[in-house]
Design a protein around this ligand. Structure first.
Ligand code: SF4
Length: 544
């Protein structure tokens, strides 16, 4: 046993290593990025199991499936919206029979600190009919990740560990247990269990359904789900999930009578424990950092059942991150006075591109090129450059999901709109931009795709892109873009006019054109320079 002060992300990484994981796979995405970064740091230091960046979450999941297929333990990591990208292998993996533990860690982002939505991954675990573990502390993140591999091998299902931003990015003391050795390689005896042809898939689906009572019995008895009886005669029960427990415990001492308390850390939801507390009180308050997932399960179809309270009854806001103060209000406690700070004036810091960011120069050139085309459709993508939607640039019209820029520009062009421009970063292009570009190339759609090549996955801290930027041209040409319609530009303040001229011609021409605008992110350039000079870094990485 040893003790460490760890972020939630790091606790998951260490839990996986101590569980004997063989490999981990991920695409960077806040708030989950730190898990693979922690694995990579340990791998570099002592040769422990590697963590790989992949093209996207789907390929990450499929690589993890392959590790599990040969009997070894695999970790796959993503943020919540990444699970949408990996939904196909994720849903189908519930039907195969992993015999090397397969653990999916999903970091949700209630409040959308760095995301496009605040979907709750517990819903998807339920959708796939698998087990989900939800830690309330860094210690639980370590222990649950370890246990998740055992549960996966016991029930032969993938197991989800659900984090939220506040847990992933905060630190506390974690006590670790002795590490376990990795499994030996062993191909499955029955590969038909991994071959989802309809006849096999029907058999596997039935087998998954038949295992549900076992999963429910396991959750019912799991020590992660436990009841505190509260004060004698309590009429209120509080159900907490994940880190909501911390917010409840922070406030409960101020209540005149301690409520009955059921904490749920393991799903499927323990129906008998829930029924047990409901029969003893007149009101149940459900506290969860995410969707009203349990609240809905408790209420069922009884829409007028006001004995179950939470986000859907107005006792808590329907959206956003849960906080101790919101929980305090829901418990009927007065506002806790803060510490007056009359002399402290913290200026607001809206997100913006770094000084010297290459994207700023690319947008300057694009603005010049578009000139009189005030009605141009400029579909953007996910990356630092999506900040160009805000003043002073106000240069893009949309930002929906990874890769959507190219598909949306194609749709606008198909609908007859000119000009239609897609803006996408190099890493996002490799993640989800190649297939829509194939669509556009196959149809020779009259649109322009601008790939902003900053030679890094900048928004999540400057990870390396999967392939070097020098390969982008080959990839674009390989997808069918005509060589004469591909332009590679050096994006620089001294080249605005020349770059704008190339962009203007590309946008004015019929058919598909692609312009790659190249200059390294200033943050990674600075870091690389310091590394070359062996200088200490002077500031934290960007973590957007
Ligand atoms: S991190 Fe890099 S790409 Fe992102 S805003 Fe800063 S300089 Fe630009």
């Amino acid at each position: 046993m040893s003790q460490h002060v760890l972020r939630g992300d790091e606790a998951v990484a260490l839990g996986a290593l101590d569980a004997g994981v063989t490999a981990a796979y991920a695409y960077p995405g806040t708030p989950s990025t730190g898990i693979v970064e922690a694995l990579q740091a340990r791998h570099a230091a002592n040769g422990s199991a590697p963590g790989f960046w992949t093209a996207n979450e789907k390929t990450a999941y499929e690589a993890a499936l392959g590790v599990s297929f040969v009997g070894r333990r695999a970790l796959v990591v993503m943020k919540h919206v990444g699970l949408n990208v990996a939904a196909d292998p994720f849903m189908n993996s519930a039907l195969v029979a992993p015999h090397g533990g397969l653990v999916l860690v999903v970091a949700d982002d209630p409040g959308m600190h760095s995301s496009q939505n605040e979907q709750d991954s517990r819903v998807l675990a339920d959708f796939a009919r698998i087990v989900c573990l939800e830690p309330a502390s860094q210690q639980e993140a370590y222990e649950m990740t370890r246990e998740a591999f055992d549960v996966s091998e016991r029930f032969r299902i993938p197991v989800m560990v659900r984090l939220v931003t506040r847990l992933a990015h905060t630190r506390s003391l974690v006590t670790t247990a002795p590490p376990r050795a990795a499994n030996a390689i062993r191909k499955p005896d029955d590969t038909m269990g991994w071959t989802l042809l309809p006849a096999n898939a029907r058999r596997q689906w039935r087998a998954l359904l038949e295992r549900q009572p076992d999963l429910r019995a396991w959750a019912e008895a799991s020590p992660w789900n436990h009841v505190d009886d509260g004060a004698p005669g309590a009429t209120l029960a509080v159900v907490t999930t994940g880190i909501a427990r911390n917010y409840f415990l922070e406030n409960v001492g101020d209540l005149a009578r301690r409520p009955l308390h059921l904490h749920i850390g393991a799903y499927p939801a323990p129906a008998e424990l829930i029924a047990g507390i409901r029969s003893r009180v007149s009101r149940v308050l459900v506290l969860e950092d995410g969707y009203p997932f349990l609240e809905r399960q408790l209420r069922g179809l009884g829409l007028r059942d006001h004995s179950v309270c939470g986000r859907e009854t107005g006792d808590l806001p329907p959206d956003g991150e849960l906080t101790p103060d919101l929980v305090r209000h829901a418990l009927g406690l007065p506002v806790r006075p803060g510490v007056p700070t009359p002399d402290l004036h913290v200026p607001s810091r809206p997100p913006q591109l770094c000084g010297g960011c290459p994207h700023a120069d690319s947008f300057q050139a694009l603005r010049l090129a578009l000139g009189e085309h005030a009605d141009a459709v400029i579909a953007s993508d996910i990356g630092c450059y999506s900040l160009a939607a805000l003043p002073p640039y106000s240069a893009v019209d949309s930002c929906v999901c990874m890769g959507a820029s190219i598909g949306m520009a194609k749709g606008a062009a198909d609908a007859g709109h000119r000009p239609a421009v897609a803006i996408i970063g190099d890493s996002t292009f490799l993640h989800s931009g190649m297939t829509p570009l194939l669509d556009a190339a196959a149809a020779n759609t009259s649109m322009t795709v601008v790939i902003l090549d900053n030679q890094a996955v900048a928004m999540t801290g400057g990870q390396s892109t999967l392939v070097p930027s020098s390969r982008l041209e080959q990839i674009v040409l390989g997808l069918g873009v005509q060589p004469e319609r591909l332009h590679v530009l050096d994006t620089h303040p001294t080249k605005h006019a020349a770059n704008a001229a190339v962009l203007r011609d590309a946008i004015a021409s019929d058919g598909l054109s692609v312009v790659i605008m190249v200059r390294e992110c200033v943050e990674t350039a600075r870091r690389h320079l310091q590394e070359r000079r062996h200088l200490p870094l002077v500031s934290e990485d960007v973590d957007g």
